[in-house]
Design a protein around this ligand. Structure first.
Ligand code: GLA
Length: 385
């Protein structure tokens, strides 16, 4: 029985005096490789996590949406026929989702709900995408609209970029909506083709949280986005995904070095994702690990989105027993490293990485061993718990 599911269900009953009709779950994600490629139309290889946001919900007869967050100990109420749309903090996501669904002419039903989650926030594990996807799933369930994961991911991305103001790609919302147990998803972010790629036997993925959190990341993120756009325009491509390293080198004299390095990261990272998929099918653990470290170096040196704690964690991971490769994951400027290790070495790895990281930074890392989980789902209260 999932503890968070039980907690939101019980809190719902206490607060609203009856059982919820649905329990909604939407997971966070970790990206194995393919960073800052999604908004360039490129390739990514993420997986959904067990860590997720849960909402217990019940439709209402009126037009109110009343949502209580156990984690923030805070509530919000929106009237769907007259939404007060400029709210702050986590409320902003609810108003963004209502805005986008009404823009799409969804006929929304009111509901009441209680939510809680265990996706670490600001850690590059997509807690905000989990919230957006959970809210869209909640609206589709109570409003009797069939659940379409890819469409929902597109709408969530639109809410995040046009409402919240972060020009993000589609990766986080797509994996939260479409994740498949035991698999990474190889996604072509231009046409949204999705291929399930099983995680090879004998390997474990570890998430190593540096406990550093991104600061003013949104502006840095949007800045990277514009730099990629500028580089692709100079290269005469609508998306950097279509540029080759030879074309970039041909143009390098006419391009300032910063833009050259940004484009080089994206072009080489796309190539690394393709090679990583081949390495997974070929069971070539060492090549997969090497590609992850190459990705980290490219993000650190060319795309410049790492920080000293992420770098320290990667270096610690690479010297720990059983480690095949490690890299920062997510948008960057803080958060987590993802490491690929041999399954039987998990305990030794954890002991060693904790000591090494604490020695270097005086911080204790949080370590999560992860198995790829399913994407957003609906669970019937009590019966399925
Ligand atoms: C954030 C964005 C994603 C993606 C990653 C970097 O998580 O939301 O769309 O761009 O950063 O790969």
């Amino acid at each position: 029985m999932n503890k968070i599911a039980l907690k939101v269900q019980q809190a719902f009953e206490t607060r609203f005096g009856d059982r919820p009709t649905h329990l909604i779950k939407a997971p966070g994600r970790v990206n194995l490789i393919g960073e800052h490629t999604d908004y360039n139309g490129g390739f990514v290889l993420p997986l959904a996590l067990e860590e997720a946001l849960w909402i217990a919900v019940r439709p209402r007869k009126d037009q109110a949406v009343i949502l209580h967050s156990l984690d923030y100990d805070d509530s919000t109420e929106v009237n769907l026929s007259k939404p007060q749309l400029h709210l702050k903090g986590w409320h902003e996501y609810l108003s963004g989702v209502i805005w986008v669904l009404q823009e799409e002419n969804w006929h929304l039903t009111g509901w009441e709900g209680v939510m809680s989650g265990n996706v670490p926030q600001g850690a590059g594990l997509s807690s905000s995408a989990a919230l957006e996807i959970a809210l869209i799933r909640a609206f589709s369930e109570v409003s009797g609209i069939s659940w379409e994961p890819i469409l929902s991911a597109k709408l969530a991305q639109r809410a995040e970029s046009e409402w919240v103001g972060v020009n993000c790609g589609i990766m986080d919302q797509l994996i939260s909506a479409c994740g498949v147990y035991g698999h990474t998803l190889f996604i072509d972010c231009r046409n949204l083709d999705i291929q399930q790629v099983p995680l090879p036997q004998g390997l474990r993925l570890m998430i190593l949280d540096t406990k550093t959190r991104r600061g003013l990341v949104d502006s840095h993120y949007n800045e990277r986005h514009s730099q990629c756009k500028e580089a692709s325009t100079i290269l005469g491509k609508s998306l950097l995904r279509d540029a080759t390293i030879f074309e970039l080198d041909d143009q390098s004299t006419g391009m300032e070095s910063l833009l050259y390095r940004r484009a080089k990261h994206v072009i080489t990272e796309n190539e690394r994702v393709l090679q990583a998929v081949d390495a997974m099918y070929a069971n070539d653990h060492h090549h997969l690990g090497q590609l992850m470290y190459d990705s980290h170096k490219s993000l650190r040196d060319d795309f410049e989105v790492s920080n000293s704690s992420l770098d320290a964690m990667v270096e610690c991971a690479l010297t720990a027993p059983g480690c095949l490769g490690a890299r920062m994951t997510g948008g960057g400027f803080g958060g987590c490293v993802v490491a690929l290790i041999k399954a039987q070495k998990e305990e030794d790895f954890v002991n060693c990485i904790s000591k090494c990281y604490s020695n270097k930074t005086n911080q204790d890392p949080q370590i999560i061993s992860c198995i790829p989980a399913d994407g957003a789902s609906r669970i019937d209260p009590l019966t399925d718990l």
